[in-house]
Design a protein around this ligand. Sequence first.
Ligand SMILES: Cc1cc2nc3c(=O)[nH]c(=O)nc-3n(C[C@H](O)[C@H](O)[C@H](O)COP(=O)(O)O)c2cc1C
Length: 355
Amino acid sequence: MKPFKIRDVEISPPLVLSPMAGVTDVPFRALLKRRGGIGLTVSEFISVEGLTRNNPKSRRQMRFFDYERPFAVQIFGGQPERMRMAAEMAEEVGADILDVNCGCPAPEVVKHGGGSGLLRELPRLETILKEIKKAISIPLTIKIRAGFYDHTRNAVEVARMAEACGVEHIALHGRTKEQGYKGWADWDLVRQVKEAVRVPVSGSGDVVTVEDAFRRWRETGCDGILIGRGAMANPWIFRQIEDASAGREPYQPSLEEKRAVLLEYFELLRADMPEFAAIGRMKQLAGQFTKGLTGGARFRQVIYHSHSAEEVLDRIGEYFETVRAGRTYVGEGGPDEPDAEAPALDSCEAASVEA
Ligand SMILES: Cc1cc2nc3c(=O)[nH]c(=O)nc-3n(C[C@H](O)[C@H](O)[C@H](O)COP(=O)(O)O)c2cc1C
């Protein structure tokens, strides 16, 4: 793996914390950045309708700290004028890169021509990219899906058109909008896009282990790799990939560190948002984070039924204490029903409804 550049912005290591609405905000990015190995952080997708109408939530979503650099602001929308205005705002707040979301499958977003809706309206996408390009001086990038329908997989065509408009990096999540999150991402399409354009290309989808990352690089020749859900389950994954690349044994966090990371996240959240919201976000991360841990399913049930910060902290303490002692976690509170799976994350759907 080797660093790459988006114009003069160096992405080193070539690993990107994939944007996730309702997840990759300031506290989550801080938690992940502290673990190391991330070459680029991206905001959640931000509504241009919200931004250009001074919606406080949208403006808040553009916040970032210097330690996150290089940092990309991702915007979504379908209206060229508003997209241009929002891009200018991102440049004004000091973002290093402006990224256009062409992948979100949420009906609310697609209905207004944004997200993956742009993949079936290339003239509109072209106008948007040209408008933005004229207005900003930081690099413009896009994140796309394989196509809109399974029978209209036009990622290569979109990538070529975007490059001609001056787009300087293309990230591809190899699923179609129709596919949602079902099946697997098509990484051969990442290879095809990489072969079709001269600008750097990164791939996204289903990278959850160090081996996955190296296999994808080998198979596709892509420049960068984005990791989303895999980073929620394992915040050390970027560092582990970096370790392996340098010939070191990939870092293995201890049980105590895993506990500490959950607590650290809770602190970061509580410093940034009201307690009820922080508790909701804890439940979300705990769900992903404890996948595969002994007694994780029971722990998730218990944590989902916690209602106060104290309860959440107590439950985390109890859980890790039981695992450390080699006992079976039975936990108190919450129904006693089977729950082997953590609930699926619902992509940009839920977040976009409010946006
Ligand atoms: C909860 C969630 C929210 C997401 N929100 C965004 C988003 O705001 N912008 C975007 O480009 N992709 C978004 N995605 C897609 C991810 O960035 C990524 O491309 C996709 O999840 C596949 O990669 P993964 O298997 O590493 O998660 C989201 C995915 C999830 C699971």
